[in-house]
Design a binder for this molecule. Sequence first.
Ligand code: THU
Length: 160
Amino acid sequence: MRKKFEFEYHLLANASELSVEDQEILVAAKEATKTAYAPYSNFYVGAAARLSNGKIVIGSNQESTSFPVGICAERTLLNSVGSQFPDLSIITMAISYQPLGKDSIEPISPCGMCRQSLLDYENRYGAPIKIILSGMSGEVMVLNSASNLLPFGFDGSILK
Ligand code: THU
């Protein structure tokens, strides 16, 4: 039997095509790059989430002298939301980046570990997270669910 896995996403020419609410989240993610601690990669990543009560929370990558200890912006944010606002789900999350001395004109694509964390968070609250991926300028990708980023992801149901 042959099967196909596909999903739809939106590719926008630029951020002005987003709704006003989503533009606000993306601006917060871009601003959050300034809080990144990335002296080893010089790759500053910012993430922002809108929670179910409308509140915006930000996160950024935080690197370590012991490189693998560093954490991505997305998981900084998810862990922060999970510990500060455990009763609130995430409606939308935006991610952007600024590499030192380089352009940021293409959407960023989250790493595999962050995709798992995003999937975990969606399953924990039983609600899809809209994902907005962008550089500081240029085209913007919008996905309706983080689960699209991790086909056949491990959702833990087999543990029960
Ligand atoms: N990084 C993120 O924070 N998010 C991503 O989606 C990709 C990569 C960070 C990890 C590391 O601090 C730096 O960017 C370079 O990989």
